[in-house]
Ligand binder design. Sequence first.
Ligand SMILES: [Zn+2]
Length: 146
Amino acid sequence: MAPALEVPAAWFASAPELPGHCVRHGLPATRREDFVVKSRPKLSPWRRTLLPGHSSLDRAGEYARSVKLTRVSGWPLCGRCGRVRTAGLVLANVLFFGGVAMLIASLVLRAQADGPVPMLLVPILGAFAARGPRRSSEGRECSHIV
Ligand SMILES: [Zn+2]
């Protein structure tokens, strides 16, 4: 597995000239995208929240104080990265708007039913199944801002 690429946030703020090749694959860029990159700050271990005097709220505050958002303009993407990005955006929109539609449909069905509707459990279980197991952020091949 390739090591993570660490890029200083100040470098992006200086509006650098970005390469003409995909950073991940080294292939020629077929398009450029603007987006916001979020840093992955190093936090205290989650086990600390188990100690008296510490809570998940403290950890959330620590995250909010240390996370950095940096706007990136014209980031080069190869064809493969562009397809993955497009598929991810389409999937995110389908899940979001499909979820809203399912929520509204379930409210309408429940309002029209006289008693419990066991079929309404299907979208809830489907959402849990679609979420899948939580993956650790350790060892993922991804660029991030420090
Ligand atoms: Zn690529």
